[in-house]
Design a binder for this molecule. Structure first.
Ligand code: GPU
Length: 830
């Protein structure tokens, strides 16, 4: 029997390739089987969604097979494993990604085609798995893809939220939030493991007890919740390796279920109360980087950490008898401070349950954790009120105090009686309310602290954790973020993917991104340039169609598509973008017919969600709509300028928007964006960047060349002095003019935007919108000028893709593996 070999060629089928066959015929048989027996619809009558479900189940079967083989292999080899602990994973859609990584996209397309369906239509039936907020969460997802592809023995652990990130609904230009009922239509991508479950305990008291003649602390918890595992297979590309993302769901525990009821009401109430346990994994906190002192949040953190550690320790103990080997077999990665309670939890297990004693336990704990921090914003550094911790996890608070005591003693030996410094570094913040500084705990207890870009790492050393850096410089590293080219080129931009493969003469760049650099040779080749523009045009047409459906605005694909998509936050300065659009509009309005002929037409696209309680961010969304309403309906302007807000920005929207963009904006105030990963996705897709010198921008400049980018604005080191200056001096006249237009109600809603305008005027302007305005406009003008020269622009676009190799998450993960985790590939042999 002749089948596909998974690389687009054909060869004889080999049983060792796997149990399930991947030729279109076998796939089609499986689809029909699942239509009939899984979806329970007649194989003679099923719709697109049902076809999507059936196809997904067929792909899932193949994932499961590889998953088994991989886990068997890991078990046999017993390598050091990485466990990636994260409260957020933004996986997006799974079907489109899985069929690419399994190498069965074309076979699937053919299989469903013969049944009268279109593969693309089926893929779009899937809703996003949105178990995360933004960059941090999507980074976790990209890193899982790279871990699998590079054959690392790794697992991810997280929470299976019933409700992911809210859906953004826009009514009259205002953001409204709707719950994300993502599990309502079933989720073929997870495997429920009813038998993999662990009790997680909360509250209660700590007692001193004698255990075998030794004085011990015993925690007597008051509440138990069961954690049930849901496994999400993560396939690697071009390898059989398929790793696991294990997400925990909270279920009532039957530990304290037997009771005597005295009436029906008692009995009913007992059952209703029991169900309340599920609240823990109900909903993702949507406040990107600010969630202080919330009990439910703390319970979510501990819940997932406790279950994961029980699971990890059980796996370790299956094979190993001696805990001293633990650090040689286990690396625990803390994705920001969110899972950091695991430090105290591991210490508690070793001390109170394994009875290893403080010294031996600490020796183990201090060797297993690595910590990555994703911000410089002080409001994102988590603090937990000691009272809250004492109530929810009394034993953990004691352990943290003990760790801190040992830490302070160690410090005094190093720095003497410098009390100011001791109190800055202390894990315990004394004050009106006593707080636990989770970041300090994480830095002190981890063997490695990573930043997410070179510039971020400098800020960590010089501003955020200076005291720690001076004493333990060797702990501090950085791994510049990266994104996976599998999702961000192969899945989302198939036309570009084929073009790259054609010109490089190989598809190995999908696993070995450095090969992209060879495109540089052809950057001025007119054949490539023409094909390159064709690809961009196809993607712009797709995007234009989407914009028209979503917002009713017709846009011309001849215009430059200028995009800013990311969470809405003051520091990301969407306001700067909108004020720039107003300025452009104002200029066009004041031109005569002849002058207008020289205007480069633009479609300005903004998308992103505001945290529900963040008033300024919500007003930015409203302002965008108000300005769009005026501009898009002004016949003086026509196709010269359009402004559109794309609602409900998420991973699958990004997959559509990024390939269709000409220019993208990454314009945060210097010193505020830790890295930024959106820029890397645009770069890979040959989209030019208009950016400040923030996050990973200067590393991108090194790869692409500043001459192929539009860089503007204050540099990191200039920011503090600029903040001191009077804003009226720094901001140009045009700035005052556009802000005035907003205040005066030129776009309606007079006075409503005053509080927003106040953030950038009258000596406030913390994020330097006014003082960067002139240089922003210059950069925009430079982009206009460059766009007119089509060949030059295309050359720059090709150079962006060619220079994007360093920003693959494959590189990030290889660096983590070698420099931080100490793990090696463990490739499944067939
Ligand atoms: N980031 Br902290 C988030 O998306 N959410 C957070 O709560 C925190 C950080 C982002 C950074 O803002 C961004 O610069 C970075 O590229 C990304 O994490 C991944 O490291």
């Amino acid at each position: 029997e002749v089948g596909y070999d998974g690389n687009g060629g054909t060869k004889m089928f080999d049983l060792m390739d796997g149990f399930l066959r991947n030729d279109p015929m076998s796939l089609q048989k499986d689809v029909l089987h699942h239509v009939e027996y899984t979806v329970a619809r007649s194989r003679f009558s099923f719709d697109d969604f049902e076809a999507y479900q059936a196809l997904s189940h067929s792909v899932r079967d193949r994932l499961i097979e590889r998953w088994h083989d991989t886990q068997q292999h890991f078990k046999k080899k017993d390598p050091k494993r990485l466990y990636f602990l994260s409260l957020e994973f933004l996986m997006g859609r799974s079907l489109s990604n899985s069929v690419i990584n399994l190498g069965i996209r074309d076979q699937c397309a053919e299989a469903v085609n013969q049944l009268g369906f279109e593969y693309e239509v089926l893929a779009e039936q899937e809703g996003d798995a949105a178990l995360g907020n933004g960059g941090l969460a999507r980074l976790s997802a990209c890193q899982m893809d790279s871990l699998a592809t590079l054959d690392y023995p790794a697992w991810g652990y997280g929470l299976r939220y019933q409700y992911g990130l809210f859906r953004q609904i826009i009514l009259d230009g205002f953001q409204h939030e709707q719950p994300d009922y993502w599990l309502n239509f079933g989720n073929p991508w997870e495997i429920e493991r009813v038998h993999v479950s662990y009790p997680v305990k909360f509250y209660g008291t700590v007692k001193d007890e004698d255990v075998n003649g030794k004085k011990c602390k015993v925690w007597i918890p008051k509440e138990t919740v069961e954690a049930v595992a849901y496994d999400n297979p993560i396939p690697g590309y071009g390898t059989r390796n398929t790793i696991n993302l294990r997400l925990w769901a909270a279920k009532p525990s039957d530990a304290n279920d037997i009771q005597e009821s005295y009436n029906t009401g008692d009995y009913i109430n007992a059952i209703v109360n029991r169900q309340k346990a599920e609240i823990i994994s109900n909903v993702l906190y949507p406040d990107d980087r600010s969630y202080q002192g919330k009990e439910l949040r703390l319970k979510q953190q501990y819940f997932f950490v406790s279950a994961s550690l029980q699971d990890i320790i059980r796996r370790f103990k299956d094979v190993h008898g001696n805990f001293d080997d633990f650090p040689d077999k286990v690396a625990l990665q803390l994705n920001d401070t969110h899972p950091s309670i695991s430090i105290a939890e591991l210490m508690r297990v070793l001390l109170d349950e394994e009875h290893l004693g403080w010294k031996r336990s600490w020796n183990i704990v201090s060797k297993v954790f690595s910590f990555t921090t994703h911000t410089v914003l002080p409001e994102a550094l988590e603090k937990v009120p000691a009272d809250l911790l004492e109530n929810v996890l009394p034993r953990h608070l004691q352990i943290i105090y003990e760790i801190n005591h040992a830490f302070m003693e160690e410090l005094k030996k190093k720095i003497g009686q410098d009390y100011a410094r001791l109190s800055r570094m202390s894990i315990v913040e004394e004050g009106a309310v006593k707080n636990i500084r989770v970041a300090n705990l994480s830095v002190y207890c981890s063997h490695t602290v990573n930043g997410v870009s070179r510039a971020h790492s400098e800020l960590i050393k010089t501003r955020v954790f200076t005291d720690f850096y001076e004493l333990w410089p060797e702990k501090f590293q950085y791994k510049t973020n990266g994104v996976t080219q599998r999702r961000w080129i192969v899945v989302s931009n198939p036309s570009l993917c084929s073009l790259i493969t054609k010109w490089l003469g190989t598809e190995s760049w999908i696993r070995n991104i450095d090969l992209l650099a060879r495109l540089r040779e052809y950057a001025t080749n007119s054949d490539l340039q023409q094909e390159w523009r064709m690809v961009k045009k196809i993607n712009k047409m797709r995007l234009a169609e989407y914009i028209e459906t979503m917002s009713g605005v017709k846009v011309s694909v001849d215009a430059m598509f200028d995009v800013q998509i990311k969470r809405i936050h003051a520091y990301k300065r969407q306001l700067l973008n909108i004020l720039g659009v107003i300025h452009r509009y104002d200029c066009i309005k004041n031109m005569d017919e002849n002058e207008r002929k020289n205007v480069v037409p633009r479609v300005c696209i903004i998308g992103g969600k505001a945290p529900p309680g963040y008033e300024i961010a919500k007003k930015i969304i409203k302002l965008c709509h108000a300005v769009a309403e005026t501009i898009n309906n002004d016949s003086d302007v026509g196709d010269l300028l359009k402004l559109v807000f794309i609602p409900d920005y998420n991973v699958s929207v990004a997959e559509l928007v990024i390939p269709g963009s000409d220019l993208s904006q990454h314009i945060s105030t210097a010193g505020h964006e830790a890295s930024g990963t959106g820029s890397m996705k645009f770069l890979m897709n040959g989209c030019l960047l208009l950016a400040t010198d923030d996050g990973s921008t200067n590393e991108i400049i090194e790869e692409i060349g500043a001459e192929n980018m539009f860089i503007f604005g204050a540099k990191i080191n200039e920011v503090p002095a600029l903040r001191e200056k009077d804003s009226n001096v720094k901001a140009p006249l045009q700035f005052a003019r556009v802000v005035r237009m907003v205040r005066d109600g030129y776009f309606g809603y007079k006075d409503y935007f005053n509080s927003l305008c106040d953030t950038v005027e009258n000596g406030k302007d913390f994020y330097l919108v006014g003082s960067d305005f002139a240089s922003y406009l210059e950069a925009q003008a430079a982009a206009d000028k460059a766009y007119v020269d089509k060949d030059k622009w295309t050359e720059m676009s090709i150079l962006c893709t060619a220079g994007s190799g360093r920003f693959s998450s494959d590189r990030t993960i290889e660096d983590y593996a070698a420099q931080t985790w100490g793990i090696e590939p463990c490739k499944c042999p067939f």
